[in-house]
Design a protein around this ligand. Sequence first.
Ligand code: NHO
Length: 363
Amino acid sequence: SSVRQVNIAIIGAGGVGKCFLSQLVALAQRRPSPKLVLCYISTSKKAVFSDDYSAIGIDNALSALASSSQTPLALSNLVTYLAASGSKTVLVDNTSSTDIADAYPSFLKSGISIVTPNKKAFSGSYKLWQDIFGASAQSGARVFHESSVGAGLPVISTLKDLVETGDEVTKIEGVFSGTMSFLFNSFAPTSGSGGKWSAEVKKAKELGYTEPDPRDDLNGLDVARKLTILARLAGLEVESPTAFPVQSLIPKELESVSSGDEFLEKLPEFDSQMEETKVTAEKEGKVVRFVGSIDVAAKQVKVGLEKFDRSHPIAALKGSDNIISFYTKRYGSNPLIIQGAGAGGEVTAMGVTSDLLKVLAQL
Ligand code: NHO
């Protein structure tokens, strides 16, 4: 690429954002050209930037944030600020904010490329999806979101390759949630008895697998968002992640508690419900798992609990692994399978960093 400098703006410095920053430090050292200039970084409360876009040291960005007294720019002002820098610019959205997702078309129309693990934009309304890719086609700004499904696993890029090379995807199925995978692999293992449901949920949160509020994983919506994204890439005009059947694992009584912490506190009172589901499967010699599937021909998407033989690849997953099977015309009855860690800061950030490399190659 002939571009000599690319400006980077980062929103979000939590579990994924911190890992992304350390991967960006290493990337800037390995690849001196184009020069990567961090010109804006913010969390929900603080920001660091200057009117002349001078470089914020990437390796000091977190301490600069901590000691900063600047507040984040309003999104419309951020678009204006970034668009006026005179350099190609990439926005890295490491939040799960809907407001930021809704602003993607504005960033893209102004020529600002986007890389993100945030699922909200791509699993929101179908209109937002069309606005995003329409704006990108119009301005030439790029948008990549590999980590919105399967963390760093090459799920979206593989599906795009299948579709763009003219294969016909008939079915996609698997375990799409690192949290759900971890929970069921440890709650209902193929051998041994497993732990208490509520204790495993707490552990998953401590390990950084869950969404900031674990209910966003347990209500099935996180998986529904991922399936919405894949279904759309496979050509289905899915209106929203609530437009198909999704099973929630949140006890009715806890649906309306105000905070994620209060939810975790009360969850042990409901352990018997999940225990019953597990025992029912065991009586059939099976284990229970939380899965999603897309039947492309029948235009059917669904998310929920299913029972599997202990020898089934879905039953035999380990840790927080995801498994995604693509059934296509070319691959016939032996699906193309992608498997590996599907949650955690480093692997999620890897997807974001590799997306950034793709944008850099195309600028
Ligand atoms: P955190 O740790 O809560 O950090 C969020 C940061 O964004 C904070 O710095 C906060 O101040 C900032 N922020 C929030 N709203 C803001 C706003 N309006 N303006 C400015 N700043 C704002 O969240 P994470 O864990 O770092 O996650 C970041 C994004 O990555 C989320 O969109 C999340 O969905 C996505 N993501 C995370 C993971 C993961 O493993 N942690 C995965 C994929 C995507 O594949 C993973 C996955 O799907 C996990 C899922 N729970 C599963 O499968 O179990």
